[in-house]
Write a protein that binds this ligand. Structure first.
Ligand code: UD1
Length: 340
C-alpha cells in the first residue's frame, strides 16, 4: 500500500521541491500550508510537474485543534515539518513572533505524531554549527550558541524532537541543510522571496533581471582564499531527494537509532565571489556588484562533511554549481515572463 507523507509548509521553496520528489518516488503527499509567506505559484507548479492535483490543506499548525483534525482525517505515515518563519534579521527584531510561530507549530506537530505514531522529519539548518572551530563540520561537531532567535528555534526544535523520541518511543530525523539554491529543472517551482531577498542567489538573479540595481558582496577581508565567505551551496533538487531517502529509512524501520541527524550538503566550499563568477559565466551575464562592508552575524566559513548521509541514507549531491545556477536563472526569467 502507498504510504502517505504530510508536508507542512509544502507550498514553500523547499517544501514544494520535496513534494515533487516524494510523489515521483511513489508516496502520497498531503500539502499543508497557511500561505502566510507564499502564494499559489509553487502549489500550481507542483501540480503541473506531476500532471495531477495534490491534496492541499490550508492550515496553521499553531492551531492545535486544526492540526489534530488533519491527523485524524488522513492516515499519515510520516510528517515533514517546514512550516516556519526563516528570516534571520526579522527574528532579531521580532523574537516573540518567531518563538511563538516556530515553536508552537512544531510542538503541535509533535503532539499529533505522538498520538498517531507518526514518523517525524524536522528541517534543521547548518546555522546550528555557528562559526565552527573546524571545517568541514560533521554531525558530531558542537552546536554553537545561536546568534539569532531564528537559529535558536532550529536548535530548540531539534531538542524537542530528540526528547520526544526518547520519551514516547517515536522515530525522528533532523536534516541540517547547508545553503539550498536553484530551482526545479522544469522552472515551474522555485524560490519566491517577499521584498528584498536576504539570501545570496535570489539577490543575484534579481540583480541580473534588473529588479535590483547592484549586488552587495558583504566583505572581502575574511581569512579565506579570495577574502569572501565560504558556504556549501546545495542544489534544491538534490536536497529534496535526501528527504525521500530519510522518510523511507524511517518508514521501513531501517534506522540505527530512533533519533538521527544528517548534514545535507555537498562537501564543497564555494566563496561568494566564485559563486558570482560562475553565475556570470554559465548564464553569459555581466552582474553589477560591489564590495560592501561585512554583514553582522555572518560566519567566515562553513561547509558539510556529508559522509554520514551517503553511508546511511544512500544519498549524495550530484548536481554541479553551474547546473544549479542555470536553473536559478531560468526560474527568475520565467517569473519575469509570468509578470508581463
Ligand atoms: C542564511 C542564514 C542561515 C539560514 C540560511 C537560510 C544568516 C547569518 N544565516 O545563511 O541561518 O539558515 O540563510 O537560507 O543570515 N551575501 C552577500 N550579499 C547578499 C547576500 C548574501 O554577499 O546580498 C553573502 C553572505 O555574506 C554569505 C553568503 O553570501 O557569505 C550566503 O549568504 P545567505 O544566502 O544569506 O546564506 P547564509 O548567511 O549562509
Amino acid at each position: 500500500m502507498k504510504k502517505t507523507v504530510l508536508v507542512s509548509g509544502g507550498a514553500g521553496f523547499i517544501g514544494s521541491h520535496v513534494t515533487v520528489e516524494l510523489s515521483q518516488a511513489g508516496y502520497d503527499v498531503v500539502i499543508a500550508d497557511n500561505m502566510s509567506n507564499c502564494d499559489e505559484t509553487n502549489y500550481k507548479g507542483v501540480c503541473a510537474i506531476l500532471g495531477r492535483q495534490l491534496p492541499f490543506e490550508k492550515i496553521d499548525f499553531c492551531d492545535a485543534a486544526a492540526a489534530n483534525d488533519l491527523f485524524n482525517r488522513y492516515k499519515i505515515d510520516a510528517v515533514i515539518h517546514f512550516a516556519a518563519f526563516k528570516a534571520v534579521g526579522e527574528s532579531v527584531e521580532q523574537p516573540l513572533m518567531y518563538y511563538k510561530n516556530n515553536l508552537d507549530s512544531f510542538l503541535n506537530v509533535l503532539e499529533c505524531a505522538r498520538v498517531h505514531g507518526t514518523n517525524v522529519l524536522f528541517s534543521s539548518s547548518a546555522t546550528v554549527y555557528g562559526e565552527p572551530d573546524e571545517t568541514p563540520v560533521t554531525e558530531t561537531s558542537p552546536r554553537k550558541p545561536a546568534t539569532s532567535p531564528y537559529g535558536n528555534t532550529k536548535q530548540m526544535c531539534e531538542d524537542f524532537l530528540r526528547d520526544c523520541v526518547a520519551a514516547y518511543g517515536m522515530h525522528g530525523i533532523a536534516l541540517r541543510y547547508f545553503n539550498p539554491i536553484g530551482a526545479h529543472p522544469s522552472a515551474l517551482i522555485g524560490e519566491l522571496p517577499r521584498g528584498i531577498p536576504n539570501n545570496l542567489v535570489p539577490f543575484i538573479t534579481q540583480t541580473a533581471i534588473g529588479k535590483r540595481e547592484c549586488l552587495n558582496i558583504f566583505g572581502d577581508d575574511y581569512p579565506t582564499p579570495d577574502g569572501t565567505c565560504l558556504r556549501d551551496y546545495i542544489d534544491i533538487t538534490d536536497l529534496a531527494k535526501a528527504h525521500v531517502c530519510a522518510v523511507t529509512r524511517m518508514i521501513e524501520g531501517k534506522m540505527d537509532e530512533p533519533y538521527e541527524i544528517f548534514n545535507i550538503g555537498t562537501g564543497r566550499p564555494v566563496s561568494v565571489l566564485e559563486l558570482v563568477n560562475s553565475f556570470e559565466r554559465v548564464n553569459g551575464i555581466k552582474l553589477n556588484y560591489r564590495i560592501a562592508p561585512r554583514r553582522p552575524g555572518d560566519v567566515t566559513a562553513v561547509w558539510a562533511d556529508p559522509t554520514l548521509a551517503q553511508q546511511k541514507l544512500g544519498w549524495k549531491a550530484v548536481r554541479s554549481v553551474d547546473e544549479t545556477l542555470a536553473s536559478a536563472w531560468a526560474w527568475e526569467k520565467r517569473l519575469a515572463e509570468a509578470a508581463e
